[in-house]
Design a protein around this ligand. Structure first.
Ligand SMILES: Cc1cc2nc3c(=O)[nH]c(=O)nc-3n(C[C@H](O)[C@H](O)[C@H](O)COP(=O)(O)OP(=O)(O)OC[C@H]3O[C@@H](n4cnc5c(N)ncnc54)[C@H](O)[C@@H]3O)c2cc1C
Length: 339
């Protein structure tokens, strides 16, 4: 019996585990992959700094973040503009560029040091439910009872699938392609948008540039952007389905769904890891509020549902507005369609 069974040990799962374990809850993290695992997405929104401080990992992340731009260059219709991320009394906000292997390692180590137990499972994980309430999980021949199950399984959307539901899409089908090359980019971050889509480049470490590209209605791998095409390719490359989509139910009787498992928007929203960490903390916070009698289960789940739905709507409205002004070929569906 544990307080929280967290499925997935990426940023969302580890943030849940760290926040909860630091406040005395017992946490089991159930992961299917051996780490380090590859995942694209090294550019972290400056807003994540305050969350990392809260989780007690900021200093370690800063140590491994060799590139910290305070601006990004935006190119549209031949015009170039340099935009800051924002500023406060301490100066301009800076993004953090850190490899996902390093970030995973820092977060997982912190979760385990605070007492969360990691189990790498070999068989399928199945939710145990009774009277419409999830009461635990079953894997590798073990049954674990828990007060809350937190789904942090990323795009695998473990719980939504296990409940027989499907994510609801609110964009046409979108694929983002990415790759890495050795070399230097004059800007820390460069975002080029056009009528056919966008491409993004970033210096993710002293010697490595990442590029990501999304073209409306096209699902074949493009060539690397021309300004870095002479640089030698390195590391992984691939593509991912980044159709905007949300789970029909992101919280319910004894469960919360966090990070990409709750909803996905395309990477130009620039906040995937921030959202994973923040939703993980919020889920842990709301679960603890129920366990300590500060809130009823209904209040905690409704609060979480509304918060996540508003975030999804705000992000997708902003992206749709940008794409509408860029391209006549772009059209977001009026209503949610089932993928
Ligand atoms: C091309 C691309 C570029 C991106 N670039 C950026 C970027 O620059 N900045 C940014 O902030 N975001 C970026 N993102 C988004 C970002 O990568 C995700 O939003 C983020 O990884 C979500 O974190 P998560 O913890 O929800 O999921 P994940 O990081 O995917 O972690 C999920 C974990 O759950 C595990 N898991 C899955 N199923 C199971 C199961 N059944 N049982 C146990 N474990 C399971 C997986 O092995 C994995 O370890 C990008 C995304 C893409 C596709």
């Amino acid at each position: 019996m544990v307080d929280l069974a967290v499925i997935g040990a990426g940023p969302a799962g580890c943030a849940t585990a760290i926040w909860a374990a630091a406040r005395g809850l017992s946490v089991l993290l159930v992961e299917r992959s051996q780490f380090p695992r590859f995942r694209p997405g090294e550019c972290l929104h400056p807003g994540i700094e305050v969350l990392f401080r809260d989780l007690g990992v900021l200093d370690k992340v800063l140590e491994r973040s060799s590139v910290r731009p305070s601006t990004r260059t935006f190119v549209s219709k031949g015009r170039r503009s340099v935009e800051g991320f924002g500023a406060d009394v301490n100066g301009p906000w800076q993004a953090l560029h850190v490899s996902r292997a390093d970030l995973d390692d820092i977060l997982l180590t912190q979760a385990q040091q605070l007492g969360a137990v990691l189990h790498i499972h070999r068989s399928q994980v199945t939710p145990i439910s009774s009277n419409g309430k999830i009461e635990g999980v079953e894997f590798d021949g073990r049954m674990i009872r828990c007060a809350f199950v937190i789904d942090a399984s990323g795009q695998g959307a473990w719980l939504t699938r296990a409940m027989g539901h499907k994510h609801l899409a609110s964009s046409p089908c979108l694929t983002a392609f990415y790759g890495y090359c050795h070399g230097h980019l004059p800007e820390g971050q460069l975002f080029e948008v056009s009528a056919v889509g966008w491409q993004w480049m970033a210096q993710v470490s002293a010697e490595v540039v990442n590029w990501t590209s999304l073209r409306f209605g096209i699902h074949q791998k493009p060539l690397p952007p021309s300004i870095i095409s002479s640089l030698p390719s390195c590391g992984r490359n691939g593509g991912a389905d980044v159709t905007w989509r949300i789970a029909p139910s992101v919280a319910g009787p004894s469960f919360f769904i966090t990070g990409d498992a709750a909803f996905v928007t395309d990477p130009s929203s620039g906040n995937g890891v921030l959202r994973a960490v923040m939703s993980g903390i919020k889920a842990a916070h709301n679960a603890r509020a129920v366990l300590t009698g500060q809130s009823t289960e209904d209040e905690a789940t409704q609060d979480y549902q509304i918060w996540m739905k508003h975030w999804f709507e705000a992000d997708t409205a902003q992206l749709a507005h940008l794409y509408e002004t860029l391209s006549e070929g772009w059209r977001a569906p009026d209503t949610l369609a089932i993928t």
